[in-house]
Design a protein around this ligand. Structure first.
Ligand code: ADP
Length: 485
């Protein structure tokens, strides 16, 4: 079974087992295998530290008291001789008989070894325990009342110490090494139990934890499958821990986005087909009438066909524009130009409209504003906004364009006196194919793409801002800002 195909349950158990095994191996190592070495090492360090202590305090007046407590604390026998073999101090830790006195040749041998070794000498002696008579090399162990003394080990540390007056003293420290075999046996039995119990616990925990971890994942997986089938109402609600609740949020967000895209797609198809069908029906209808009924071949009817064809062209161009802009295939051509002047030129093109249909277009500006932008695209933005304003403005047919400059920004506001837009619709009108009132007689003219194009173009201009203020019954103010250059 490959590791990433493994269920989380087994994986967790595997990891837990590895962890437990490592811990147990460590326990076995330290408690069983290396216990003896550790113990000896600690003892060795102890005895050396004591010797150090003696050497530091050899001239101390309280030396005897110090040595008494040292030998008690560390369970070490201490003897100190002068160079000539006379005893200066002897702790009575293991002393109860004649052996307590040390023979000169014993002392001398150890002293010699220490001398050869540069002042100190350390040895762990394994020999048979000295008992009952002179002659043993180890002057201390003979006093142990331990039945296993034959196997007992002891360590001896010899340290030649220089006194303040220049004479030398020899400190001989001796410490028993208690055999650890019995302890190890006990520990081994204990560890067998500990190992068994820990493994069982690890299994239990792994099962428990994996259940808690995998349950929400399984739940989410089920919901995700629903989502994949196209069921966008799916909600994700796996709970239990942070990552899962984050995953939940992400998936819920994705589901929402997907459902929006799906809705947009549906609307898009509905809109396009509707928008394309209307002019096409008109064109076909009028064409047929003109063919079949001789008197109907009038310039007015031809004009209708031309107008409808134009609408088709606009629609197709809008769709192309926006997809080009959004896919990034159409690049922006930034240049410094007089925005105020270009608005004035645009206004000129509306003269016919103002003269014929009674629209009142006004442009208010104090000074000329220069911007760094794409001239053609900015004209399109302005056209779209003015066209909308003209389409939706009120009975007074007035549209006002106001330019204001503050700091490094120029703001253009297009004000109409129409019905206004409901607050909750405001964020939506910038979407593709969105029309507030689909039944609105005038809205039928529009493609629903105008503001989406405005938004896309402005988004491609760095530092730009745009928005709309609208009051129902009073009209709307569409505005945008560009950095002046
Ligand atoms: P359309 O081609 O339908 O005008 P737009 O993207 O330009 O498409 O506008 C989207 C919708 O926003 C319009 O259908 C309309 O409902 C609303 N809208 C745009 N401009 C105005 C305005 N000046 N006053 C009222 N409603 C507006």
């Amino acid at each position: 079974m490959k590791l990433n195909k493994m269920s989380i349950k087994y994986k967790l158990f595997l990891y837990m087992t590895v962890l437990v095994a490592l811990m147990l191996i460590m326990l076995w190592m330290f408690q069983i295998v290396f216990l003896d070495d550790f113990y000896k090492q600690i003892k060795t360090n102890d005895i050396k530290a004591s010797a150090e202590n003696i050497s530091d305090n050899i001239d101390n007046e309280e030396l005897d008291t110090l040595l008494d407590s040292l030998s008690q604390q560390r369970e070490t026998s201490i003897k100190i001789f002068n160079e000539d073999g006379s005893e200066v101090y002897s702790s009575d830790l293991y002393s109860d008989s004649t052996e307590h006195g040390m023979r000169y040749d014993d002392f001398y041998k150890l002293y010699q070894k220490a001398l050869d070794n540069g002042g100190t000498y350390f040895e762990i002696s394994n020999r048979e325990i000295f008992k009952g008579g002179p002659g043993g090399e180890n002057p201390f162990v003979g006093n142990i009342k331990e039945p296993r003394r034959d196997f007992a080990q002891s360590m001896i540390y010899v340290n030649i110490v220089e006194k303040a007056d220049g004479s030398k003293a020899v400190a001989i420290l001796n410490s028993m090494i208690t055999p650890v075999d019995a302890t190890v046996d006990t520990l081994r039995v204990q560890l067998i139990y500990v190992t068994g119990i820990t493994l069982l616990l690890a299994l239990g925990f792994a099962l428990l934890i994996s259940k808690r971890i995998s349950k929400p994942i399984i739940k989410i997986n089920k919901s995700a499958k629903e989502l994949a089938k196209g069921n966008y109402d799916t909600t994700f609600n796996g709970q239990g821990y942070l990552e899962i609740s984050e995953l939940n949020d992400t998936l819920n967000y994705a589901a929402k986005e997907l459902s929006m895209v799906e809705e947009l797609r549906r609307e898009l198809i509905a809109n396009i087909s509707h928008d394309l069908r209307t002019p096409l029906t008109m064109i076909t209808g009028y064409g047929e009438v003109m063919r079949d009924i001789p008197g109907e071949n009038t310039p007015e009817n031809v004009q209708i066909i031309i107008d409808e064809s134009k609408r088709l062209t606009t629609l197709v161009n809008d769709i192309l524009d926006i997809s080009k802009l959004q896919s990034g295939t159409q690049k922006m051509a930034f240049e410094r130009f007089n925005l105020t002047q270009s608005i004035r030129e645009i206004m000129l093109r509306y003269t016919k409209l103002t003269e014929q249909d009674g629209y009142r277009l006004k442009f208010i500006s104090n000074e000329d504003a220069w911007v760094n932008a794409d001239t053609v695209k900015m004209s399109q933005v302005i056209y779209n906004l003015i066209n909308n304003a003209i389409t939706y403005t009120g009975e007074d047919k007035s549209v006002t364009i106001i330019q204001s400059i503050s700091n490094d920004r120029v703001k253009i506001e297009i004000v109409d006196t129409g019905e206004g837009i409901a607050q909750d619709m405001l964020p939506l009108i910038w979407d593709r194919y969105y029309k507030v009132d689909k039944a609105h007689k005038r809205a039928a003219i529009g493609t629903g793409l105008g503001l989406s194009i405005v938004k896309t173009i402005l988004d491609l201009h760095e530092g730009s801002r745009y928005g709309v203020l609208s009051t129902i019954g009073q009209g709307s103010i569409f505005w945008f800002e560009l950095m002046t250059a």
